[in-house]
Design a protein around this ligand. Structure first.
Ligand SMILES: Cc1ncc(COP(=O)(O)O)c(C=O)c1O
Length: 491
């Protein structure tokens, strides 16, 4: 007998995630089961959690109990739910299935970046390693003997690496000393560390909406409540101000260079305005700069200077920057950094959890070499990504001409506007064809964004073109087959 789940999902919670789940031409029970299956597969519904009762879901989702009963039955037949008398129905993954594409698992699934026929993973915005990675490891191995007589623990990070990271901030317009930098095992790890110090469980976090979903997951796991303000064509400062006026918003999480998923660069005026509003509300800003070196403007449009990092607008108030080697260099390095006032860095080092006393030495040495080679490496990354974006955009304009494909100013993804709000349906159909997509709702603080899909252009051009063919098939297979509300004319 399988272990009974302890976590229960409320029917309001599930209904909010369902959004508009009906599909014209598809029986209601099947459409409901498909949407629930998608929510399990993309990580929005946890696996092994009890679904609401058929009756309460029917009430909240505005449907009949017959529909919810039949939907749960279909999910059980497909292996996406299990039930036991007295324990209800809970979410599951069929035996042999790869499992959810939750952001936590994306990197694992990304092991297969895709095949030329387009199948594979189109959720992962990460590039293959450039040739310099191997050379950097070789150079690091050559450096290693001089470090072997020491104990190998560098609690703030290898001094040579901290120096280079600090120098890069200074060059970007934010003077930084070595002891204002601490090395972490990636930006997302840095976020967890930063939140543990700056936020109290139950507190609100101001976030852009849409935002980077793994950051939302980390906030929720830390017991925090993300509250969104809109980023569409630019950052909605009025909405940000409204959120900040509510009590309990002590931290803001922002991505000014370059926002994931919209690919926008925040201008200097907006930086100043947001810095001022946060200061007035006593809210500390955490800046995620994972994508800051992936500036595509010079290749896909007009270049120009990037404004200095956001802390330069905060007049000495406490801010934290999260950096990463993952996008500029390679995800396999698993290194990042925090830039913060030295007193905060000291506190972070003292409170750093026992499972991350220090980061691997060889990787730190390798990243120090890569930073020495930054201009050439960055240029090649930007060139490669611009060519891949152009291939993606051209294939989309040929095969799906009514999709709007904004040109990102930077980053690795395009936040595409669909002609109809059917992103989740598209993800369901694409998955059946072997293409895994993250629907727009995955990036919303409270779901939504059914009219958007985020497409990374990290894969090779042939693979992207293949993926677009599958996308076109998947989109056309979800097309409206007539409005069942209208009476069918009998001629
Ligand atoms: C905005 C943003 N932050 C953080 C990360 C994760 O960075 P790391 O691999 O350094 O943890 C990503 C990866 O996609 C990202 O896009």
């Amino acid at each position: 007998m399988s272990k009974r789940p302890s976590r229960r999902l409320g029917s309001r919670e599930v209904t909010a995630l369902l959004g508009d789940w009906s599909r014209p031409g598809t029986p209601a029970y099947r459409a409901l089961a498909e949407r629930l299956r998608l929510l399990v597969l993309d990580g929005r519904l946890p696996v092994h959690a009890v679904l609401p009762s058929e009756r309460s879901l029917a009430l909240d989702a505005g449907t009949s109990r017959t529909t919810t009963t039949a939907a749960y039955r279909l999910l059980r037949e497909q292996g996406f739910a299990r039930a036991e008398h007295g324990a209800g129905t809970w979410t599951a993954i069929p035996r042999g299935h790869a499992g959810p594409t939750s952001p936590v698992l994306w990197p694992i699934l990304c092991g297969s970046l895709g095949s030329p026929d387009g199948r594979g993973d189109l959720t992962c915005a990460a590039l293959e390693a450039p040739p310099q990675i191997h050379a950097a490891y070789v150079a690091a191995l050559d450096d290693l003997p001089s470090y072997l007589p020491g104990h190998g623990y560098y609690s703030g990070g290898l001094p040579e690496l901290r120096e280079r990271v600090a120098a890069r901030y200074t060059a970007r317009g934010l003077p930084t000393a070595v002891d204002e930098v601490m090395i972490t095992s990636g930006a997302i790890r840095g976020l967890r560390t930063a939140l543990s110090l700056l936020a109290r469980p139950g507190g609100r976090v101001l976030v852009e909406d849409p935002t980077y979903p793994m950051a939302l997951d980390v906030m929720r796991e830390s017991g925090l409540r993300p509250v969104g303000f809109a980023v569409e064509e630019g950052w909605d400062l009025d909405q940000a101000g409204q959120v900040l006026r509510r009590p309990g918003c002590e931290v803001a999480f922002l991505m000014p260079d370059f926002h994931n998923p919209t690919g926008q660069l925040m201008d200097a005026t907006t930086r100043q305005a947001l810095a001022d509003r946060c200061a007035a509300a006593g809210c500390t800003i955490i800046v995620d700069e994972t994508l800051c070196e992936i500036d595509l403007r010079g290749f896909l449009g007009d270049g120009g200077r990037v404004p200095p990092p956001l802390p330069a607008y905060c007049g000495g108030r406490t801010t934290m920057c999260l950096g990463s080697a993952s996008k500029t260099f390679w995800g396999g390095l698993r290194l990042g950094w925090i830039r913060a006032p030295r007193s905060l860095v000291r506190t972070l080092l003292v409170s750093r959890s026992a499972d991350e006393l220090t980061c691997p030495l060889l990787e730190q040495l390798a990243v120090a070499h890569l930073l020495d080679d930054l201009p050439a490496l960055r240029h090649r990354r930007q060139e490669l990504l611009s060519a891949r974006f152009t291939a993606l955009r051209d294939a989309l304009s040929e095969q799906l001409p009514d999709w709007q494909v904004p040109t990102p100013q930077g980053g690795i993804v395009s936040w595409i506007r669909l002609p109809e709000p059917r992103s989740s349906e598209l993800a369901v159909s694409a998955r059946e064809m072997g293409l895994v997509l993250a629907p727009g709702a995955r990036f919303g603080v409270r779901g939504g964004f059914e009219g958007r899909v985020r497409l990374p252009f990290a894969r090779g051009e042939d693979q992207l073109v293949g993926a677009v063919s599958l996308l076109a098939r998947a989109w056309n297979s979800t097309a409206d087959t007539g409005d069942p509300q209208l009476p069918v004319a009998v001629l």
